[in-house]
Design a protein around this ligand. Structure first.
Ligand code: F6P
Length: 322
């Protein structure tokens, strides 16, 4: 009797809403094709430590609409070393794994590319709130994160306006400004500061002053993380301007919660594409979406994709605010 195909899955890096939806879709689609799914826990750590569980449809029955990751997410320093990769390979071999599906961001994609050189086919599904995987227009989790962010910014703006306060809101995104740009546009914030649209402290203050001089009683600034210490900058501005200013870090509130419809559908489409790639034993690929189409891109091309800057959105922000 021919042995069942076995696909391994890991959820790597920071978790993102839609990670569970995608995991469930992989298990459900694979099971209909009589393929076994072996999940390794905590990202690549599970491969190194041989920590795994078999997943069947009953195990993932209730996770589609839930944030986080059933099999735990995780970054893995040891995997960056040659010895770590060798341990991961030995585990894959021990379990007779045909291919590996990795749900993760930019770092997971690079790690997968290196591991694939040892002869294992890997399919990387971009799952990260940061939208920083350049080969794809969207990563799973981004849409939910920006919806979470604008809900919070809308609320913050209302109470800040009632008190005529200036407010600085820090959003996540690692080194990419997409969460800041999209949420600033959609919440009608006045100023956006990102790595792609950098501001010095003095420029931020000047832009706030311009808003105040225009008669705006409560200028709102959305700032990408890692650029400033936002609470201290708010204190500095309050002191200099003699006007109340609050610095708010949205943090993990953006990364939790059930995925939006967009992220659920993208999860289903990308999961289906990855399982099809595995069945066809295609070479290592990243699963991408561009112009509404989901497709696999060879990993060597995917990791060289140029930085995606959302120029039209930047131009729109300038048109509204400059
Ligand atoms: O990559 C996703 C992300 O949420 C980034 O936006 C953020 O910089 C980072 O993870 C936070 O990581 P950690 O969960 O390790 O604090």
């Amino acid at each position: 009797m021919e042995e069942k195909m076995r696909i391994a899955v890991v959820t790597s890096g920071g978790d993102a809403p839609g990670m569970n939806s995608c995991l469930k879709a992989i298990v459900d689609i694979a099971s209909r094709k009589n393929i076994e799914i072996i999940a390794f826990k905590r990202g690549f750590n599970g491969l190194i430590n041989d920590d795994w569980q078999k997943l069947e449809p009953k195990d993932v029955a209730f996770i589609f609409s839930v944030g986080g990751s059933l099999i735990y997410a995780g970054r893995c320093k040891e995997f960056q070393e040659e010895s770590g990769k060798q341990k991961a390979l030995a585990t894959l071999k021990k379990h007779n794994i045909d291919s590996l599906i990795v749900l993760g961001g930019d770092g997971s994609m690079r790690g997968s590319e290196e591991l694939s050189k040892y002869g294992i086919n890997i399919y990387v599904i971009p799952v990260t709130i940061d939208n920083d995987v350049n080969c794809t227009d969207r990563s799973i989790g981004f849409d939910t994160a920006i919806n979470n962010a604008i809900n919070m910014i809308d609320n913050i703006k209302q109470t800040m306006l009632a008190n005529e306060r200036i407010v600085l809101v820090e959003v996540m995104g690692r080194y990419k400004g997409d969460i800041a740009l999209y949420s600033a546009l959609a919440s009608e914030s006045d100023i956006v500061v990102t790595a792609e649209q950098p501001f010095t402290k003095e420029q931020i203050k000047k832009a706030i002053l311009k808003e105040i001089n225009k008669g705006n009683p409560s200028p709102t600034v959305v700032i990408s993380e890692k650029l400033f210490d936002v609470p201290s900058l708010a204190k500095e501005i309050e002191k200099e301007f003699g006007k109340e200013c609050r610095g708010i870090v949205l943090g993990y509130m953006q990364r939790g919660g059930g995925p939006t419809v967009y992220d659920r559908l993208l999860s289903l489409r990308m999961a289906s594409c990855a399982v099809h790639c595995a069945v066809k034993r295609m070479k290592t690929s990243a699963i991408c979406i561009d112009k509404g189409e989901v497709f696999p891109m060879p990993i060597s091309k995917a990791i060289k994709a140029p930085l995606r800057v959302h120029k039209k959105h930047l131009a729109l922000f300038d048109e509204l605010h400059k």
